[in-house]
Design a protein around this ligand. Structure first.
Ligand SMILES: [Zn+2]
Length: 305
């Protein structure tokens, strides 16, 4: 018995030794290939930017190199703090329907919707905006793990992304302060941040998104923000219902490429410009985000289509 036990130990030891020798060799070859790229045919070597992965594997002392993250089976073990949607899965490739467990929900802030998910003048709005005061606490809507903490001066401001065990991911943006750490596990209802007005924001609000495999779902189809509860304990994601808006996005892009502009001349008014370009005053106002009583300037460019 003693001998078998001893052999087993030797084998495990050898496995580690071989693995580490292998990794060290790869590291060394990477180093050499960087120095002598023009002298050797190094096409069999791994790319230079993979060197850190070998370094990380060498530093990793656990036998299980793959760490578990929420919903790994759905997300194919992709876990990165660098991008909101690293998955890049086209809508057509998503499963026809998926059931999401929505029990144990907590509303991120008790609030009034100030802007809905949907089309905006220049870009699509992939979340729901909720009224807050700066410093209001923001809580995780489901339990999960913090995947991203980042800052975008011209976008989300300070923001947090959580991957949830039920397969959804949620985004909390324009925060004044983040109170969690990367890779931290959080419970549903746990305080993760303080609300604010950072980034592209014209007043204190929480921009809140729900996503599945990187694709945004209108949060209001899952949550009733007026009651602060989910519509149902189960949310059924279907390609048609949950991602119907992608057709609007495509149509808006198409319309944008066909846009036509008119330069305001002396004597013009919205009525005459509309008549001249075969459109209506109402449509002109919608396209340009202006009111019907808006005074026009000579030389001003108006979108007419
Ligand atoms: Zn928003």
């Amino acid at each position: 018995m003693g001998l078998i036990y001893y052999d087993w130990h030797i084998n495990i030891f050898n496995m580690h030794l071989f693995r580490n020798l292998f990794l060290l060799t790869l590291l060394f070859l990477n180093f050499i290939s960087g120095l002598n790229a023009q002298h050797f045919n190094t096409s069999f070597l791994p790319k230079k930017d993979t060197v850190n992965i070998y370094q990380e594997m060498l530093n990793d002392r656990s036998d299980d190199l793959m760490e578990n993250h929420p919903a790994d089976d759905i997300y194919n073990n992709i876990w990165t703090a660098n991008r909101l949607n690293p998955y890049k899965i086209p809508i057509d490739s998503l499963p026809d329907s998926v059931k999401i467990d929505c029990r144990f929900f907590n509303v991120p802030v008790p609030g009034i919707i100030t802007s809905d998910f949907g089309p905006r003048r220049y870009r699509y709005h992939y979340g729901t905006d909720l009224k807050v005061n700066i410093g209001d606490t923001v809580v995780a809507c489901f339990s999960g793990r913090i995947r991203i903490i980042d800052y975008e001066a011209r976008g989300y401001g300070h923001y947090v992304v959580i991957r949830h065990e039920n397969g959804l991911e949620s985004v909390y943006a324009h925060l004044s302060q983040v109170l969690v750490k990367l890779d931290q596990n959080v419970k549903s209802g746990e305080i993760i941040a303080l609300a604010g007005n950072t980034g592209r924001s014209t007043g204190p609000h929480l921009h809140f998104e729900t996503r599945y495999l990187g694709n945004a779902i209108n949060p209001a189809t899952i949550i009733n923000f007026y009651t602060g509860k989910v519509h149902s304990d189960t949310y059924l994601i279907t390609k048609k219902k949950s991602f119907y808006y992608q057709r609007d996005v495509a149509a808006a892009k198409k319309a944008q490429t066909k846009a036509k502009y008119y330069t305001v001349r002396k004597g013009d008014n919205l009525g005459s410009i509309a008549a001249r370009n075969g459109t209506s005053v109402k449509n002109l106002c919608r396209l340009n985000g202006i009111k019907e009583k808006k005074l026009l300037q000579l030389g001003q460019k108006l979108r007419v289509r």
